[in-house]
Ligand binder design. Structure first.
Ligand SMILES: Cc1cc2nc3c(=O)[nH]c(=O)nc-3n(C[C@H](O)[C@H](O)[C@H](O)COP(=O)(O)O)c2cc1C
Length: 169
């Protein structure tokens, strides 16, 4: 594998990254023109002290300015029961919040999610065709259930049966 003067081919890059199994979130905020939100797998923990997370927001996404410009935003980590919500918040056009039950609070959080985070905007970074929004977690809560997983461009389930536990850390 030589890397000098090279950049991975886009299709090879996408193929490689599709093998990185991830949870699925809905990132949302109250923008100047109303609620905005989108499905995101570009989410990660970033720091323990202070408690920081990051989300990658496409610059061409309709929700970009509303989310990246907000002082507060929310992250809902979806459960395996919420594949319909993941699809709805990724769909172009229409009201993504239609028919979705939200938690009362300062940011729109999806009811029934496994994890709810309320974040304050901590830093914003440029990253190619995305912005990296770093959020300081101001409030968080968890619920019982299993996560929705995205792997090889498909929504799937985590098999957390005892027989499949390889190691616990
Ligand atoms: C599984 C999945 C993961 C996604 N992850 C991200 C992400 O991390 N960041 C992002 O900006 N868009 C992500 N998207 C795309 C958005 O959900 C949405 O489709 C995109 O912002 C286009 O929205 P628009 O038509 O309103 O501009 C993802 C879509 C899917 C289906």
């Amino acid at each position: 594998m030589t890397v000098e003067g090279r950049r991975a081919d886009k299709a090879a890059f996408c193929e490689a990254l599709s093998r990185f199994a991830s949870g699925v979130t809905v990132v949302s905020a109250c923008g100047p023109s109303g609620r905005v939100g989108f499905t995101a797998t570009g989410f990660s923990s970033a720091s323990l002290a202070p408690p920081l997370i990051l989300v990658c927001v496409g610059k061409s996404a309709s929700a970009h300015d509303g989310v990246v410009g907000a002082e507060l935003f929310g992250v809902s980590v979806l459960s395996e029961m919420q594949v319909g919500i993941a699809e709805q918040f990724a769909r172009r056009g229409g009201d993504r919040f239609e028919g979705v039950t939200l938690r009362p609070g300062p940011v729109p959080l999806v009811e029934g999610a496994l994890v709810h985070l309320v974040c304050g905007a901590y830093a914003r970074h440029d990253a190619g065709d995305h912005s990296i929004l770093v959020g300081e977690v101001l409030d968080c809560s968890v619920a019982r259930g299993r996560p929705l997983v995205h792997f090889m461009r498909r929504f799937t389930r985590a098999d957390d049966g005892e027989a499949s536990c390889l190691s616990a850390v």
